[in-house]
Design a protein around this ligand. Structure first.
Ligand code: GLY
Length: 561
């Protein structure tokens, strides 16, 4: 029976992979829905739900499918976080963040004068942390999975081996990074060809198909031990990397207590450290909860002003206090305490940006001391799963492990290479996030679930490095304060402030362009990125039907049945 199912699946994906699926950005289903950054991965997830899988089964299948069809961020060579909430009130958080290799040390990206060496933490084998995704998916499967493991990986194997047609966005990105692939990969692989990619080209990854087949057969040992581990070790030796067999063997994913913050009638379930996202989201919500936002019009500069000033204070705290909780004491409840958060806003004067120098980190109680991708799943049992996963930058370190066909992350750049020196997202850090052997680097990934009482209502999250937190924050407020429907809440324009640099980032194509002048006039320095974040969200609606919404900013799309 199992083999028959796999055969049916094989035939199905053979068909799927040669035609460009066109899926809606937003759609309602009765029995299950997924939203991911690529139509092929959304189809895989929805197919697993149709075969009787639960939300975690679908999420595992999507994670592996994204490693094939969205290789700039989907991965087996990176890491991520998962938030889980079911209809019985159980909540959970899984940390499969990469770790620093045992040979890593705090000055590894500094020259003899103590200055940061440009690009050393970003490209090449030395930029990679020990990958966590495969162990993470195995842990998720052990605890919550219901379908056989191989069945969840087979679609990814087929997509890698037979290829799939790339979208226009993907063709452009592959062309943009081609020079870098050629620089960092001397042996041929699927990425470092010299051809100009165009929409509809079939992207085949034969080595990756073989690696995935080993994982399907042997579980996480098919990655952390045996041939795949040997290929990683060989690659590291040849290219001056420092990940060893011992690092791979010892890598562990960790179940953690989720952050749970109340906001009015709702609870927000989100990721604890080593992500900064959950604490920062909790602080932001507590800083604005008493400010009657629903009475301030969406395009009133005061709304921007209040939110941006809260964001500045939260990022100042982030830079000081947050790091891997297995290495540093993070004052979690102190930082999210309502009184502490109110006090942090006490020097805020309406319609005035507080000067950068007048904001520093606070003193919470208990203190002794583009690219990423998000997907969300809802199943017919009322369970929501929210996963954000990453290689860090697009295509991570740009390094494909020779013979194994997958990209290695450049997550080491999420450590603070030198206190006060910004990383690729302009984020600064302190001792709490300095490099130490086996430590997890601080993240901003914020997979989140919103509940009312026991009932999970929404799962959401976003890519975007340091801007992930403010993206999730603003979508949560759009839903809970402005009572927008999910599609509006996801697609509304957004902005971002992270204290340093002292710049308010406003998306191009604001809903109301006049806001730019108004905010400029009251003293904000403004920059205009094309977009901020790219949200994938699902909702269990009041009548029990399931809505999926993919952000207009990406290829994200919904599939279900
Ligand atoms: N690599 C982006 C993050 O984890 O925040």
């Amino acid at each position: 029976m199992k083999n028959l199912l796999i055969l049916v699946q094989f035939c199905l994906y053979t068909f799927v992979s040669w035609s460009q699926p066109v899926l809606p950005k937003s759609q309602i289903f009765e029995n299950g829905v997924v939203v991911s950054a690529h139509p092929e991965a959304s189809l895989v997830g929805s197919q697993i739900l149709k075969m009787g899988g639960n939300a975690v089964d679908a999420a595992i299948a999507i994670q592996f499918a994204l490693a094939v069809v969205y290789p700039n961020a989907g991965n087996i060579g990176g890491g991520g976080f998962m938030i889980y909430a079911d209809s019985k009130g159980k909540i959970d958080a899984l940390d499969f963040r990469e770790k620093a290799p045992a040979k890593a040390h705090k000055d590894m990206y500094l020259d003899e004068k103590g200055e940061v060496i440009k690009n050393k933490s970003l490209y090449g084998s030395l930029a990679a942390g020990v990958p966590g995704s495969v162990r993470g998916m195995a842990e998720a499967h052990k605890k919550y999975g219901s379908l056989p493991w191989e069945q969840l990986i087979n679609p990814a194997i087929i997509l890698a081996g037979q290829g799939y047609p790339i979208t226009e966005r993907q063709a452009n990105l592959l062309n943009e990074y081609q020079e870098r692939f050629l620089k960092y990969n001397q042996t041929p692989n699927a990425f470092n060809s010299t051809k100009a990619w165009k929409k509809g080209d079939i992207f085949i990854q034969s080595d990756l198909a073989k690696t995935l087949a080993r994982i399907a057969k042997k579980g996480s040992n098919g990655f952390y031990k045996g041939k795949t581990a040997m290929l990683i070790r060989k690659h590291m030796k040849k290219h001056n990397g420092i990940i060893t067999s011992k690092d791979l063997k010892q890598y562990n994913a960790v179940w953690r207590k989720p952050i749970e913050v109340s906001y009015k009638d709702y609870s927000i379930i989100t990721m604890p450290p080593p992500s900064s996202g959950g604490i920062a989201l909790g602080q932001l919500l507590k800083m604005v909860e008493s400010r009657s936002l629903k009475n301030i019009e969406f395009e009133n500069p005061l709304r921007y002003n209040i939110l941006a000033e809260a964001e500045k204070r939260v990022y100042a705290d982030r830079s000081k206090y947050l790091g891997d909780p297995d290495f540093v004491k993070v004052p979690i409840s102190g930082l999210m305490d309502s009184l502490y958060c109110t006090k942090r806003m006490s020097n805020f004067v309406e319609m005035q940006p507080t000067a950068q120098k007048d904001i520093t980190y606070g003193m919470p109680e208990g203190y002794e001391s583009t690219e990423t991708t998000h997907f969300s799943v809802a199943d017919k049992y009322g369970t929501l799963v929210s996963i954000t996963t990453t290689l860090n930058g697009n295509y991570g370190s740009s390094v494909v492990v020779e013979g194994a066909g997958f990209m290695l992350n450049n997550e080491m750049d999420d450590f603070s290479a030198k206190p006060g020196t910004p990383n690729m997202f302009g984020l600064i850090g302190s001792k709490a996030n300095q490099i130490e052997p086996n430590k997890r680097m601080l993240s901003s990934m914020t997979p989140t679930i919103i509940k009312k009482g026991k009932k999970p209502l929404f799962a959401l999250g976003s890519p975007g490095g340091g801007t992930i937190i403010t993206t999730v924050f603003q979508v949560v407020l759009n839903l809970l304060e402005y009572k927008m429907d999910l599609e509006q809440a996801v697609n509304k324009s957004r902005f971002h402030h992270q204290w340093t640099p002292d710049i308010l980032f406003l998306e191009q194509n604001q809903n109301d362009e006049s806001i730019v002048n108004k905010l400029n006039k009251i003293g904000y320095k403004i920059e205009r990125p094309n977009f901020l974040g790219c949200v994938g969200a699902v909702q269990i609606r009041e009548d029990g039907s399931l809505l999926g919404v993919g952000d207009k900013r990406g290829d994200d799309c919904a599939a279900g049945f």
